[in-house]
Design a protein around this ligand. Structure first.
Ligand code: BMA
Length: 340
């Protein structure tokens, strides 16, 4: 039993590997068999990465960013018994609109999958006069109904909270440009109905630490804990050879997630292994989901590596919260305009 409570369901069959000896001080450790999804995983799909999974029935389900052989990303569904070996549908998800007519986005990438009450929501980056957030819902993983785009362009990164807060849906996002965005902070917005979004608040700015000095963006859906919302996000630095994406961690106030309680000044994971340093886009660790077990406090983090693979890393709630608190540095830009 962990000291800090994860407030969600038990998932006793979640994937897990113990912390390797010799990695005592590391906040997160990698799965020894990474990557879990390699190249050319489906006919016509060259790479799957930046994808989201969750428990479903007695196994697991996921939405996957599949980069087709023509270079265009779409969302594919997959199922798994152990959340490590995945069976993918050969066809991309066929969405429909609210009238039941077919709807296929021009492209769709970096999907997140979040369950709120009895409905599953998929959030992605698609096209709406440039890059913007798209959303769909399903209750059965057979019919996927596209719902209103939450935000104006441009925005390429959004994550829903897994429950309503003060009776409103809540979403983190990172307003941006339509391209590779050389800036970006995380904001939070609320909606009573998933149609009208407002009360936009600033959450966290790009970091003062060098590893996240260019931009940050939401990662996995926040995990509810007795210490607040545990957020794994991505932070980006610029080098003479391009961007480097690392995984960061923060804890947001449970009732008002625009308040940053703790923010870790160190990255939690940065590209080191061949599958993170080498690929279609080198030096990318991009977290999109976690599977966590309320009984044991174990957390499995799913991250895209080098825009080429899906990988897995592990931590435990007590350890990661303690690490984030011990290395916390909340700057004025994380708080001063949050309440405006
Ligand atoms: C971001 C997104 C991610 C991608 C990353 C690195 O802007 O497009 O999908 O992993 O760039 O290429």
């Amino acid at each position: 039993m962990s000291k800090i409570k994860i407030i969600s369901q038990p998932v006793p069959n979640m994937p897990w590997q113990e912390r390797p000896e010799g990695l005592k001080d590391a906040p997160i450790w990698r799965y020894s068999e990474n990557p879990i999804i390699g190249r050319n995983p489906i006919k016509g799909v060259a790479r799957i990465f930046n994808s989201a999974v969750m428990p479903y029935g007695d196994g697991f389900i996921g939405v996957f960013r599949g980069e087709q052989t023509n270079g265009i990303p779409y969302i594919y569904m997959g199922r798994s018994k152990d959340a490590i070996c995945w069976d993918f549908d050969g066809n991309k998800i066929n969405f429909e609109d609210e009238k039941g007519e077919p709807f296929m986005p021009l492209y769709a990438y970096d999907p997140r999958l979040v369950k709120i009450e009895d409905t599953y929501y998929i959030i992605w980056c698609g096209d709406f006069y440039g890059a913007a957030i798209g959303m769909a819902k399903t209750t059965d993983f057979k019919t996927f109904t596209r719902i209103e785009n939450p935000f104006l362009p441009f925005n390429r990164n959004a994550v829903l909270f897994p429950r309503k807060i003060n009776d409103r849906f809540v979403m983190l996002s990172r307003p941006s440009d339509s391209g590779h965005t050389p800036f970006g902070d995380i904001f939070v917005s609320e909606s009573p109905d998933l149609v009208y979004w407002g009360r936009h608040r600033h959450v966290m700015g790009k970091g003062s630490e060098w590893w996240e000095a260019v931009k940050i963006g939401g990662g996995a859906a926040p995990i509810e804990t007795s210490e607040g919302w545990l957020l794994f996000y991505h932070g980006v630095t610029g080098t003479c050879n391009g961007y480097v994406y690392s995984i960061g961690g923060a804890i947001l106030d449970i009732d008002n997630p625009s308040i940053v309680k703790y923010r870790c000044e160190n990255f939690l994971l940065t590209p080191e292994e061949w599958y993170e340093e080498r690929g279609f886009v080198p030096n990318v660790c991009f977290p999109c989901a976690t599977i966590h077990d309320s009984e044991s406090g174990r957390i499995a983090i799913y991250y895209g590596a080098a825009d080429s693979y899906v990988c897995l890393a592990f931590t435990e709630v007590d350890d990661i919260v303690e690490y984030i608190k011990d290395h916390s540095r909340v700057t004025p830009s994380d708080t001063e305009i949050g309440e405006r």
